[in-house]
Write a protein that binds this ligand. Structure first.
Ligand code: ADP
Length: 244
């Protein structure tokens, strides 16, 4: 286990408001990490900064063995470097089947050589991806008729098709039934065995099930970090987040 992502002294101001304030923390590989914190704490902005959607005013975000500074790379280069992001709302091709969605994602892989030819094991890979996200029985169904939870899983499958080293996931459990939440937990735990998975989540029961290290953000900085029990016992966390 080693640091894959090192955020050092990052700040970002929007119209005079410090959304991210001298933020420093790191994520290992492999690792499952949850980021929690009140609304406006800077969680989404953190993901925007890592993926290059937003540029910081100062600080560095180092990634991988070469310690490349992501703040100097384009969004496309960051994605090619193996960073995938799942937004809260699922974005799948509704008119295509589950299988076609996964196939498209495989073709969009960051290795250009594999895009040119249909790989002989493509259908095996689609079946494997579908199994990893609990969609083996729906391969020939149109994505548009899937439940909200299934669409979220399909999108996770499409991201896994690209074999990210770092997967950023924004509130995966929102709008899910408790059975769907449980399956989502298992999926993320499994995915994080071989990569870094960072999850923003408000649902504390869901975070508890993830059973991972938790980083609490507040006013753009790390307020506390550790196990969920550890951070929940921290009076500062109770004051700004839990005690409301
Ligand atoms: P969280 O995801 O923890 O709820 P955000 O990262 O979305 O927090 O937002 C942090 C703060 O930065 C908020 O006060 C928000 O209004 C502000 N903010 C985020 N993005 C922008 C933007 N593009 N322009 C202006 N203010 C922004």
């Amino acid at each position: 286990m080693s640091a894959l992502l090192e955020v050092s002294g990052v700040s970002k101001t929007f119209d005079g408001f410090k959304a991210i304030n001298n933020l420093s923390f790191s994520v290992n590989e492999p690792e499952l990490r949850a980021i929690i914190g009140p609304n406006g704490a800077g969680k989404t902005t953190f993901m925007d900064l890592v993926t290059g959607k937003t540029r910081p005013d100062s600080g560095e975000i180092r990634y991988g063995e070469l310690s490349r500074d992501l703040t100097k790379l384009s969004e496309a280069r960051i994605a090619q470097a193996g960073i995938g992001r799942k937004f809260q709302k699922p974005t799948v091709f509704e008119d295509q089947t589950v299988s076609e969605n996964l196939t498209m994602a495989l073709k969009a892989t960051r290795n250009p050589v594999t895009v040119l030819t249909k790989r002989p094991d493509e259908s095996d890979r689609v079946a494997d991806l579908a199994a990893r996200v609990g969609l083996s029985d729906t391969l020939e169904q149109r994505a548009g008729i899937l439940s909200h939870g299934q669409k979220q899983w399909l999108e996770i499958g499409m991201l896994l098709a690209q074999e990210p080293r770092l997967l950023l996931v924004d509130e995966p459990a929102a709008g899910m039934t408790s059975a769907e939440r449980e399956r989502t937990t298992a999926m993320l735990v499994e995915a994080a065995k071989t990569r870094a998975v960072v999850v923003i989540e408000h649902d504390m029961e869901f975070v508890r099930r993830l059973n991972c290290r938790v980083t609490v953000l507040h006013e753009g900085s790390v307020l506390a970090e550790g196990s969920l029990d550890h951070v929940c016992a921290d009076p500062r966390v109770i004051d700004v987040y839990l005690g409301r």
